[in-house]
Design a protein around this ligand. Structure first.
Ligand code: NAG
Ligand code: CA
Length: 379
């Protein structure tokens, strides 16, 4: 009962999945939470009390977690204190310009041409899971003068720097992008072209992509050709906490956001039939170019979702070896503003010609008639 109350009462807690009976708990190996500095890795509560200046800030989170997980507090604190540091026992690795601060991990500072990433070390073998990401994007740049955003990954490879929000292109797995700069729109503007209605996306924009290693992320078009779905998310320079959750249950991918300071999840992306192999890595990365922002990750919390499957589903949901999406119809190479399709162009030219000929013929007839009449008048 208490658990239920907590589930209902907590803004960022795991939610019930459908009507199904679920019991969810935080997976320690894949979760990251503050503080990240000034504590010993894997310390126990008894050693920490009084010594740890972060204890007070943590305690609230801990009480909630201890109810959720139903384990002793000292076990709980163990994984909350898993550090990001350089120690070989750390379950997280930093890359590039990423920095460990006391209250967050800064993937990139608000400076040009930086890139950073944070990767979990342990492959994840859960079948159904939920990753809650507490992040903050902020900087000096005015509207549309900031970039480029951050990405959250569940991929086969880890620690591979590259052009896709600081990660490699042609990745294998799932990428979720919080894209803060509208590259395509800016290009359109430069070419004095306009979007046809319903095509324009408002930025910052969240989108998802599943890749088997064959597809390139088209940065110039903000990933439009490979996008599974997306939504607008005004996430910059907010004075309250912002969260994103990726839920993967029975091959159903759901992405929700909590960015309005109301502690409510809002739907963003929902895609059925997403096949993701097990044993991939969680990570997050970010990049800045000519434009920049601070891209901070405050916590990453992974929950295992325990969902019952009937025998039929068990058969259907067998492990896969390559990521894919059932019946995926990518909005193939449709130009953002198709100048005019071949047929339309042909029809326009054709009818213009027909009309011109028609007009000329009428003109000639009228002219002849007029001449005839004027001749009649003179004689
Ligand atoms: C990889 O994905 C592409 C694009 O979705 C698809 O055309 C191709 O068949 C896939 N390759 C494999 C081996 O499944
Ligand atoms: Ca972009």
């Amino acid at each position: 009962m208490l658990l239920l109350l907590l589930l209902l009462g907590s803004g960022q807690g795991p939610r019930q999945v459908g009507a199904g009976q679920t019991f969810e708990y935080l997976k320690r190996e894949h979760s990251l939470s503050k503080p990240y500095q000034g504590v010993t890795e894997g310390g126990r509560l008894s050693d920490m009390k009084g010594k740890n200046r972060w204890w007070l800030q943590l305690s609230e989170d801990l009480w909630w977690l201890s109810e959720q997980v139903g384990v002793e507090e000292y076990e709980l604190i163990y994984f909350l204190l898993i550090g990001v540091g350089t120690g070989s026992s750390s379950l997280w690795n930093l890359m590039g310009n990423a920095m460990v601060m006391t209250q967050y991990i800064r993937l990139t500072p608000d400076m040009q041409s930086k890139q950073g990433a944070l990767w979990n070390r342990v492959p994840c073998f859960l079948r159904d899971w939920e990753l809650q990401v507490h992040f903050k994007i902020h900087g000096q740049g005015k509207k549309n003068l900031h970039g480029d955003g951050l990405a959250i990954w569940y991929t086969k490879d880890r620690m591979q720097p590259g052009p896709v929000f600081g990660n490699m292109d042609k990745f294998v797995g799932l990428g979720v992008f919080i894209d803060t700069y509208p590259n395509e729109e800016k290009q359109q503007e430069a070419q004095k072209r306009r979007y046809s209605p319903g095509v324009q996306r408002v930025f910052p924009y969240i989108s998802a992509m599943v890749n088997n290693g064959s597809l390139s992320y088209d940065h110039e078009r903000d990933g439009r050709p490979t996008e599974l779905g997306g939504c607008t998310a005004i996430v910059r320079n907010l004075h309250y906490d912002t969260f994103l959750v990726i839920r993967y249950v029975k091959r159903h991918l759901t992405i929700m956001i909590d960015i309005d300071g109301k502690h409510e999840w809002r739907d963003c992306i929902e895609v059925p039939g997403v096949r993701l192999p097990r044993g991939y890595y969680f990570g997050t990365s970010s990049i800045t170019g000519d434009l920049s922002d601070n891209h901070d990750v405050i916590s990453l919390k992974l929950f295992e979702l325990t969902v019952e499957r009937n025998p039929e589903e068990e058969k259907l949901h067998r492990d896969v070896f390559l990521p894919s999406v059932d019946n995926m119809k990518l909005p193939e190479m449709t130009a953002p503003l198709p100048p005019l399709s071949g047929l339309a162009l042909f029809l326009i030219v054709f009818f213009s010609l027909v009309f011109s000929v028609f007009a000329i013929v009428i003109g000639i007839i009228l002219y002849n008639k007029w001449q005839e009449q004027s001749r009649k008048r003179f004689y």
